[in-house]
Design a protein around this ligand. Structure first.
Ligand SMILES: CC(C)(COP(=O)(O)OP(=O)(O)OC[C@H]1O[C@@H](n2cnc3c(N)ncnc32)[C@H](O)[C@@H]1OP(=O)(O)O)[C@@H](O)C(=O)NCCC(=O)NCCS
Length: 217
């Protein structure tokens, strides 16, 4: 078994900013599927061959990603994309972190991930969407699809989404999907658009949550 390594930050994209971070949680025993589909939307586990398309998607979306995701900057290059994909592969193998390409039709339209952090009973969801695919409900659909899969696993008590207070667009996604506001915390800004306040949303894995996630968004 390969040594356990860092998982990406919840923004799901680059490896260089998290070197040294160890995931201490035990792995999930039931793992989310590698492929989730709903109409023309596909979430599929990252592949090593995704490097060039991931790089292109990130660079084409920098203006929207840069304010909120610390790894999304002009120097993002092939080695960052390759390191991220390597991390995702390693973390999936260890059952601690599950990154997916958001694919719309044939196009790489963004990224989403389920991440075990410091509590084995909670999974965090992070996401970003390619600028050319934004503003059409894709992030909301993707979070709903992955949340439904995560809740169905029966492995955790709740799902979490965190975002900076200023990132209202991101915050509308958990609100729309029935996550409950669970508080805020102070933390140093990690990306240029961030304030010092991070908001937390939780969805408890109940039958109600299953029903809500099954409803169209
Ligand atoms: C946040 C992000 C993932 C949203 O992706 P998206 O596919 O455009 O989102 P959706 O189309 O599902 O819309 C989500 C909400 O944002 C609203 N929205 C869409 N475009 C918007 C815009 N240009 N300005 C403000 N709100 C907007 C939608 O109306 C929706 O809210 P509603 O359900 O209350 O109507 C995307 O903008 C992004 O990648 N941002 C940069 C990375 C990031 O912030 N990641 C999250 C880190 S916590």
């Amino acid at each position: 078994m390969r040594p356990r390594r860092a998982a990406a930050p919840y923004g799901v994209g680059g490896g260089s900013t998290v070197s040294g971070l160890m995931i201490e949680c035990p792995p999930l025993s039931r793992l989310p599927a590698d492929l989730l589909e709903e109409g023309d939307l596909t979430l599929r586990a990252w592949r090593p061959a995704d490097g060039p398309t991931l790089l292109t998607a990130v660079l084409e979306s920098l203006e929207e990603l840069h304010p909120w995701l610390p790894w999304a900057h002009r120097a993002y290059g092939p080695e960052d994309a390759a390191a991220f994909l390597d991390q995702m592969d390693c973390a999936r193998e260890h059952g601690t972190d599950f990154g997916y390409a958001i694919v719309e039709g044939e196009a790489l339209a963004g990224a989403i991930g389920l991440h075990l952090r410091d509590d084995p009973r909670r999974l965090e969801i992070g996401y970003w969407v390619h600028t050319a695919h934004a503003g059409r409900g894709l992030a909301t659909r993707s979070v709903r699809l992955l949340s439904a899969e995560a809740v169905a696993l029966g492995e955790v008590d709740c799902l979490e989404i965190r975002h900076d207070r200023a990132n209202e667009r991101s915050g509308r996604i958990p609100r729309r999907l029935g996550f409950a506001y669970a508080g805020q915390r102070r933390r140093a800004p990690q990306a240029p658009g961030e304030t010092s306040t991070e908001l937390l949303w939780r969805l408890w894995c109940t039958d109600d949550a299953r029903r809500t996630l099954a409803a169209p968004t």
